[in-house]
Design a protein around this ligand. Structure first.
Ligand SMILES: [Zn+2]
Length: 408
């Protein structure tokens, strides 16, 4: 293993510099996918990679690939990367760290004049967050063949703007068909977005897989009625029914040792003196075992079709199913060795959040590296990771990627 050391200060400066693109006064980033801010950070990344002599290509869904040749042109590249889009109330590290640490790896190799055997590719996946266009990870999903380009292009945001129109508007629809840029493996560095590593006082999470995630849309239909003239017994209050449903989701999650979240809820044509006639809400279920997710879904479906909901029927639609993922043993071993080589305290961990690596794992050997974030907080402007932890993650990424790319 060559003695290649990333530049911790350069990585940190890069994180802080790009954080200004879409930076918010509270220290976070609002860089919604395919927005003007997204275009700016993409332009920045393209210029940084081209400055290192990399060739940047963009596929038809805006996924960006910066290619650095290896000494052996006949083998598939090893990829690293993540995403540069953020939540509306995003922080400075979610996704961004994985891309910019990959850039730091390329910079380190370039400064050392080091050429890996396999080519390297730095990837910026489009719309990982799913905040503007649901579902999440839609472009890495299309890369893996889970979604068609037509499906992705037809996703619309709250204003009715389609993914395809937004992609065209920022000039990032590339010529390459999605999936045509072939990769041999993928390593993604990411903040943990949870409290486990911090709690255990570990610097590196060797991510062995990702728990399953299911997303649902629910519509509760009652009857809008006058708040002053409709007796309680005669009401069909969709919001009260939704409240029962939310509490049931929590109970089901606790029963199964799983997670359930209602993150969005809205009364259609809400008014303070009208009994809510229709409520729309979202449900997010997570567990590492598909059978448990099946059981939770069945419990909730049975609950909402029960007699308590006779006057306020519920339509439950599963809009996304991301099955549990087990990462590739050789990639996991490369991450573990990469951390061990630096003497970093590390432990194995299962990801609670979805990541682009979930989809790349379907089509290529994949693993992830986690670093701690303060109080486990993410999707929040206060999201915070230390310069030391970012550097440790980037060094582990470099070690893993170089070792994997130099393998015979
Ligand atoms: Zn992320």
């Amino acid at each position: 293993m060559p003695n290649l050391k990333i530049d911790a200060d350069r990585l940190w400066d890069t994180l802080m510099e790009t954080a200004r693109i879409g930076g918010t006064p509270d220290g976070g980033i609002r860089r919604l996918t395919l927005s003007e801010e997204d275009r700016q950070v993409r332009d920045w990344l393209r210029a940084a990679c081209e400055g290192l002599g990399c060739t940047v290509s963009v596929d038809e869904l805006g996924n960006m690939f910066a290619y650095r040749p290896g000494s052996d042109a006949g083998v598939l590249p090893v990829a690293m990367g993540s995403h540069l889009d953020t939540q509306p109330t995003g922080g400075k590290f979610d996704g961004v760290l994985g891309v910019l640490a990959g850039l730091e790896v390329l910079r380190t190799l370039e400064a050392a004049g080091y050429v890996t055997r396999r080519p390297l590719v730095l990837v910026n996946w489009t719309n990982e967050e799913g905040a503007r266009f649901a579902p999440a990870m839609v472009a890495s999903g299309a890369y893996a063949g889970v979604f068609t380009p037509d499906y992705v292009n037809a996703r619309t945001d709250a204003e009715g703007v389609s993914f395809g129109a937004a992609l065209d508007a920022i000039g990032y629809r590339g010529a390459a068909p999605v999936g045509s840029v072939t990769l041999g493996a993928m390593f993604e560095l990411h903040i943990e977005q949870g409290p486990v590593l911090e709690e255990a006082d570990k610097t590196i999470g060797i991510v062995t897989g990702v728990q399953g995630i299911r997303w649902y849309d629910l519509v509760v239909t009652g009857r809008a009625a006058h708040a002053g003239t409709t007796p309680m017994a005669l009401r069909r209050d969709a919001l009260c029914a939704a409240a029962e449903l939310m509490l049931e989701a929590r109970r089901v999650a606790r029963t199964h040792g799983a997670l359930a979240t209602v993150g969005e809820i809205g009364v259609v044509q809400a008014s303070r003196n009208v009994v809510p006639g229709e409520v729309r809400l979202t449900l997010d279920l997570r567990h590492p075992d598909s059978a448990v997710l099946d059981a939770m879904e069945a419990d909730i479906a049975a609950f909402v079709t029960g007699s308590a909901f006779a006057l306020t029927p519920v339509r439950l639609t599963r809009i996304w199913d991301s099955p549990p993922v087990a990462f590739d043993p050789a990639c996991i071993a490369a991450v573990a060795a990469g951390a061990a080589a630096e003497g970093l305290p590390a432990q194995e961990i299962v990801s609670g959040a979805g990541h682009d690596a979930v989809y790349t794992a379907r089509v290529m050997p994949t693993a992830m590296i986690f670093v701690p974030c303060k109080d486990g907080l993410s999707h929040n402007p206060a999201e915070s990771a230390t310069p030391e932890h970012c550097a440790a993650g980037a060094q582990t990424l470099l070690n893993a990627v170089v070792a994997y790319a130099d393998r015979a």
